[in-house]
Design a protein around this ligand. Structure first.
Ligand SMILES: C[S@@+](CC[C@H](N)C(=O)[O-])C[C@H]1O[C@@H](n2cnc3c(N)ncnc32)[C@H](O)[C@@H]1O
Length: 266
């Protein structure tokens, strides 16, 4: 992991509100490293940034000359039923000042992704290597956001898709299936981790799956069939079933220290 991303994980990520399991953060960081080792450049960004927890990781993985873009309505109204804290756009601004990598370009786009077109994306945010989708969880929005990501993803790029298997948001799976049925050969699954599914161009999927399986071997639970492929499923090494609710809470609260240990292979 590069120095800036490591510093954010160590000193910032745990202080930023939002939703990102440490193991999934480790996998995102590892994908950034793998892309860097391949000499792959490109922009990074997210639809649905909230307070910036995952976006700041992408931003800190960006290298000079690359843009990190954040697309969000930036309005507490979009979080009704999920969040009742102070206005999150102010918290995003605070986190950005504290933890952002200023060497990368930063472009904030306030507005719904539903009114963005592929042509507008290509103009504003072209050539993307890491694209996280975590905005509106309706089927229509997921279909829309995958279409936008597809329109700008470069050949070695990765899409990080939130909540496909989360029983609290079943329409994410509906939107994902609709996208896959309408665009069967554009994106393929690479890996599954807590709350995230990683996708790439079909020609790259096996490469990334094997590279991740090697790098994250200690967290590789098994290979599972998914959309006519075999993909690695990564999970925390401890068994939640044995410890029940207490461990679930521990997993949610795990400090960045645990993520660093994972990255070092302990
Ligand atoms: C689950 S939160 C994202 C969590 C974030 N990725 C993190 O790292 O913690 C969902 C975000 O999507 C935003 N959102 C909802 N509908 C949207 C839309 N149509 N376009 C863009 N952003 C949207 C919400 O305002 C919120 O910030």
């Amino acid at each position: 992991m590069n120095e800036k991303a490591a510093r954010y994980v160590r000193k910032g990520m745990n202080r930023v509100g939002g939703w990102l399991f440490p193991l999934s953060a480790a996998i995102i960081a590892d994908l950034g490293r793998i892309q860097e080792e391949r000499g792959l450049a490109g922009n990074v960004g997210e639809i649905g940034v909230f307070q910036g927890k995952l976006w700041l990781l992408l931003n800190n993985l960006a290298r000079p000359g690359e843009i990190s873009f954040a697309i969000d309505v930036f309005d507490n109204g979009a979080m009704t039923g999920h969040y009742a804290g102070p206005p999150y756009p102010a918290l995003f601004d605070r986190n950005l000042k504290r933890y952002a990598n200023k060497d990368a370009g930063i472009v904030l786009h306030k507005g719904s992704s539903l009114v963005l077109s592929p042509a507008a994306m290509r103009e504003k945010f072209p050539d993307v290597r890491l694209f996280s989708i975590d905005g509106d969880h309706s089927a229509a929005a997921v279909l829309n956001d995958l279409t936008l990501a597809d329109s700008v993803l470069n050949d070695g790029g990765i899409v990080i898709m939130d909540d496909i298997f989360n029983e609290t948001s079943p329409d994410v799976m509906v939107g994902f299936c609709r996208y896959m049925m309408q665009n069967p050969a554009r994106l393929a699954p690479v890996a599954i981790s807590p709350n995230k599914v990683f996708l790439s161009r079909p020609a790259e999927a096996d490469f990334y799956a094997k590279a991740l399986a090697q790098a994250m071997a200690r967290n590789l639970r098994y290979w599972t069939p998914f959309l006519d492929r075999s993909v690695p499923f990564f999970a925390e090494r401890r068994r939640t079933a044995t410890f029940g609710r207490a461990l679930v809470e521990t997993k949610l609260e795990q400090p960045a220290r645990r993520l660093l240990a994972l990255l070092r292979g302990h």
